[in-house]
Design a protein around this ligand. Structure first.
Ligand SMILES: C[S@@+](CC[C@H](N)C(=O)[O-])C[C@H]1O[C@@H](n2cnc3c(N)ncnc32)[C@H](O)[C@@H]1O
Length: 225
């Protein structure tokens, strides 16, 4: 079972994936677990503050070292080998390959930033890897952590049930082929004849060709030839 520990100021946000859809099913099947930690519980003052003004001045607040360090220490008491990931726009870009690599791990701790982010000393000493979901800035690491959890869990055997992730975009370096369902004709738009032929070899060949065309058209950078 893969274990995610999530350090956050907004644990309730994670009900979105813990209670609905593919990830919730994976949890029910005991293929993964998600444990949220309220960072304020690791504050050392009665106001439960975990942030302070930045040295050197400037806008915004910075998340302090000690509450984060205490929380990570608590998580590591049970899972000393957990890999600590800080979700950050400055991190390595999340890709299919990185999600697959992470899916081989037993335990991952996800640190969700807020405000201006965390004190740099956390990154120096406590974080193993910084991961970004793209070249833009969002208001907190929670959505990024959920994107990461979802993409990683799709790679865990059994999570998708009989849905197949092998043909998903990026799995074999190409984008996916086009999909169609009933009815055969909608407002004059036809389903490609080959998909109705019942001839599996021809269908597979058509899908391969379409995946290549799709990739050339939409993501030329993925096609190396
Ligand atoms: C407002 S952002 C802070 C941005 C930071 N001042 C910077 O420019 O690098 C607050 C938090 O959102 C999360 N975050 C924002 N954009 C992200 C991205 N593209 N990928 C992953 N996490 C992101 C990080 O955890 C970050 O600490």
């Amino acid at each position: 079972m893969m274990r995610f520990d999530v350090i956050t100021l907004f644990p309730a946000m994670f009900s979105a994936i813990k209670e609905e859809g593919v990830i919730a099913r994976g949890i029910k099947k005991s293929l993964l677990s998600i444990h949220t930690w309220q960072l304020r519980d690791f504050s050392d003052n009665k106001h439960r503050n975990i942030d302070d003004k930045p040295y050197g001045g400037g806008a915004g607040m910075v998340m302090q070292v000690q509450p984060i360090r205490r929380c990570i220490a608590k998580i590591k008491q049970k899972n000393p080998n957990t890999k600590v990931v800080y979700l950050s726009p400055q991190g390595q870009k999340l890709t299919h390959q990185l999600a697959k690599t992470l899916s081989q791990l037993d335990a991952v701790t996800l640190l969700c930033g807020r405000y201006e982010g965390v004190d740099e000393r956390v990154i120096e000493q406590d974080v193993d890897l910084e991961i970004s979901i793209g070249d833009y800035v969002i208001s907190g690491g929670e959505l990024a952590a959920m994107v990461l959890i979802d993409s990683v869990c799709r790679q865990i055997s059994g999570v998708l049930g009989n849905q197949d992730s092998l043909n998903d975009s990026f799995a074999d370096g190409l984008l996916d082929y086009p999909h169609y369902t009933r009815p055969k004709v909608v407002d004059g738009q036809q389903v490609p004849e080959v998909l109705l032929s019942g001839h599996q070899q021809k269908i597979d060949a058509w899908r391969k060709d379409q995946a290549l065309k799709n990739t050339r058209l939409k993501r030329q950078d993925l096609v190396t030839e």
